[in-house]
Design a protein around this ligand. Structure first.
Ligand SMILES: NC(=O)c1ccc[n+]([C@@H]2O[C@H](COP(=O)([O-])OP(=O)(O)OC[C@H]3O[C@@H](n4cnc5c(N)ncnc54)[C@H](OP(=O)(O)O)[C@@H]3O)[C@@H](O)[C@H]2O)c1
Length: 257
């Protein structure tokens, strides 16, 4: 008998939603899902960025959609998610990528507002959007959720904002707690912890700083967005059904034990 593995890897026809899906790591995820034959839906704040990505993917024969929404704003999330649910009824895949990194003042200079902003950007955004799609996943007994964290959330980092490290560690707690809640429902919840990856945001740093970061990484280079999207894609495949509550380090060997 020839064993087939196709049913473990195919996401063709699945509905895949990516927050922060118009640029950087999230943009590469939208692109990967679309090229795998999924209905790829990207969320971002800037409609121009969304339109550019969708037009490019559509012109290559893929199915892609864009919704403008700030994932930190509950009303916008409710409005956008109800449009998505009205159109497709559910999502199979939810990648919570929207969030971001802030430069690092010492604790004496971190304001409560800055802490709350980072919480909203990196944690509340994931909570709000996940909450609205859970019941449709439960009803179908299937779902794949991937939350964006960071190596910084695993181990802290001297040049990374205190509030960013704190919130990215919070994402790991959110991921594990949700994985336990949803495990009996056929829904997996995992996190990805990338090291520094060449994205529009990372490229705002000087080449000198990026080169110095690269030298500190065992593989001696920064990650590509395609490498991150590939790891996320794996966690979103049907065959990743026994992987839940995991944190996938994609950091070129800068692992944390
Ligand atoms: N790059 C790295 O080295 C690295 C490493 C570890 C973890 N990460 C994490 O990975 C995620 C993506 O990083 P990146 O470097 O790819 O960022 P990026 O290049 O700045 O792209 C961010 C994407 O998220 C969208 N976005 C940002 N805030 C949003 C919000 N509130 N609501 C909806 N969409 C939002 C952006 O579009 P709009 O601006 O139009 O909204 C864009 O599509 C972040 O959470 C970051 O912390 C990145």
């Amino acid at each position: 008998m020839t064993r087939s593995f196709d049913h473990l890897t195919s996401i063709r026809g699945q509905v895949a939603l990516v927050t922060g899906g118009t640029a950087g790591i999230g943009g590469a995820c939208t692109e990967r899902f679309a090229r795998e034959g999924a209905v790829a839906i990207a969320i971002g704040r800037d409609p121009a960025k969304g339109a550019r990505l969708v037009n490019r993917l559509e012109s290559e024969g893929n199915e892609a959609y864009f919704y403008s929404c700030d994932c930190t704003q509950e009303k916008q999330v409710l409005n956008t998610s109800s449009q998505i649910l009205e159109r497709w009824g559910y999502v199979d895949i939810l990648c919570n990528i929207a969030g971001g990194w802030i430069e690092a003042p010492p604790i004496e200079e971190v304001t409560t507002d800055a802490l709350r902003h980072s919480f909203d950007w990196n944690v509340t955004s994931k909570f709000l959007i996940t909450k609205v799609f859970i019941s449709s996943m439960k009803a179908r007994g299937y779902g794949r959720i991937v939350n964006m964290s960071s190596t910084t959330g695993r181990r802290g980092r001297v040049d990374a904002a205190l509030q960013y490290s704190t919130m990215e560690a919070g994402v790991l707690g959110f991921t594990r707690a949700l994985a336990l809640q949803l495990a009996p429902h056929g829904i997996t919840v995992n996190a990805i912890a990338p090291g520094t990856t060449r994205t529009p945001r990372a490229e705002r740093h000087s080449e000198e700083r990026l080169a110095s970061t690269a030298r500190s990484i065992p593989v001696q280079r920064l990650a590509t967005v395609e490498e991150q999207a590939h790891a996320i894609w794996y966690l979103c495949t049907p065959g990743a059904s026994y992987t839940t509550g995991a944190i996938l380090d994609v950091n070129g060997g800068s692992w944390t034990g």
